[in-house]
Design a protein around this ligand. Structure first.
Ligand SMILES: C=C(OP(=O)(O)O)C(=O)O
Ligand SMILES: [Mg+2]
Length: 399
């Protein structure tokens, strides 16, 4: 029986060394699940609200826990998440905190799976889930809000689109990361790593393009399958007073659209996330019109995993892909709704980590459960490899 008996909350550390919310759910028949909230740095303006950790925990203990304990079945994820919404009452989880909500939602899902004796992806996806595994997008160079004095573009991503299986894809991304390190060495460029484990050298974007293109080419030759190249521009962070600022260089919106379209052409980009400001659906639609037939244009800060914003994007043709971050919207059910809406409308969902992460592996299971074609969860670093290694295990176990 998956009736929830106890929900407990505590503060733990995330990968940036900040405190975050961890939840544990125990069921009447001894099922157990644990979930921990990730946290963004380049957060979208329209995301659900992350409260200070102590506030989120206190509010969830007062308002959400009594609605769950002894009352809701953790096997019924929709009921768990509906109880979280009812406990909160706001539109954006500003009352109990999206950090508490998502931690409880994920913990309850795992407790539900535990009682069934099924892996989480099986519990979430059901008997007739798809048989595909996501292509991992792994950032190998980065800057923006994730590293000081590095590139303006937030993420340069390896995209092993030709990999024969998920394991080879994961290994290929790590090889690209390693090769970027070698090239930086060859060029005598010192580099630390950013929040997500990508190299964060103090170079301009142009040189980063050169280096990542060379690294993906070298590794492609080595492994014998195609490794594409993608970006998360995180353009909302560059947008100020109506222009996109790349240090001293400025681009108008029209120039930004042309610049990104040119990059797609020049580097044969397979993926471009947030190329424009988070409120500019029109410019997104312009760019999608120009290059959407040859690359994915993905909305992260644009859509914030929110079905109202995704529906609007679909109406105006703003993109052809949706980034899905459960903590942007607060519960797994809401994230599922976003994935379903995307898929039904021909938009590719990309399940994603945050820059501040924990060892939690829920997103790997979510990607497999929903047959998502892509997952973005870094290339190296313990909190990133936790998800990547889980994907390898899932693919092996589910064969
Ligand atoms: C993962 C990202 O960064 P953050 O978590 O800082 O929003 C992103 O922008 O896609
Ligand atoms: Mg992003």
């Amino acid at each position: 029986m998956t009736r929830i008996e106890e929900v407990s909350l505590r503060a733990i550390l995330d990968s940036r060394g900040n405190r975050t919310v961890e939840a544990e759910v125990r069921t009447a028949s001894g099922g157990f699940g644990r979930g921990a909230a990730p946290s963004g740095a380049s957060t979208g303006e329209h995301e659900a609200i992350e409260l200070p950790v102590d506030e989120a925990i206190a509010a969830a203990r007062e308002k959400a826990v009594p609605r769950l304990e002894g009352r809701v079945f953790s096997g019924d994820q929709r009921a768990v998440d509906a109880a979280l919404h009812a406990a909160d009452g706001s539109e954006d989880f500003s009352d109990i905190g999206a950090n508490s909500a998502v931690a409880i939602s994920m913990a309850a899902a795992k407790a539900g799976a535990d009682v069934l004796g099924a892996p989480l992806y099986q519990h979430l996806g059901g008997a007739f889930r798809g048989r595909n595994y996501p292509i991992p997008l792994g950032n190998v160079v980065g800057g923006g809000e994730h590293a000081a004095d590095a590139t303006h573009i937030q993420e340069f991503l390896a995209a092993p689109v030709g990999a024969p299986n998920v394991r080879e894809a994961v290994f290929a991304n790590a090889a690209v990361h390693r090769t970027v390190g070698d090239i930086l060495d060859e060029r005598d460029i010192p580099a630390a790593k950013g929040d997500e484990g990508a190299w964060a050298p103090s170079i301009d974007d142009e040189e980063a393009f050169e280096i990542v293109a060379e690294a993906t080419d070298r590794v492609t030759d080595d492994v014998g399958f195609e490794i594409g190249f993608g970006l998360d521009v995180a353009a909302a962070e560059l947008y100020e007073d109506g222009v996109y600022r790349y240090g001293d260089e400025e681009r108008t919106t029209a120039e930004q659209v042309s610049y990104v379209a040119g990059l797609v052409e020049e580097y044969d980009l397979v993926y471009v996330e947030d190329p424009l400001d988070e409120n500019d659906f029109t410019a997104f639609a312009d760019l999608t019109d120009r290059v959407g037939s040859r690359t994915l244009i993905c909305g992260d800060d644009l859509f914030v995993t929110n079905t109202e914003r995704i529906a609007h994007g679909i109406d105006v043709g703003a993109a052809n892909s949706v980034l899905v971050k459960p903590n942007q919207i607060g519960t797994l059910s809401d994230a599922f709704d976003a994935i379903e809406m995307a898929t039904e409308n021909g938009y590719d969902p990309v399940i994603s980590h945050r820059s501040g992460e924990t060892e939690d592996t829920t997103i790997a299971h979510l990607a497999v459960a929903t047959d998502a074609p892509y997952i973005k969860t870094g290339a190296v670093g313990g909190e990133r490899t936790a998800k990547l290694n889980e994907l390898i295990r899932i693919a092996e176990e589910a064969q």
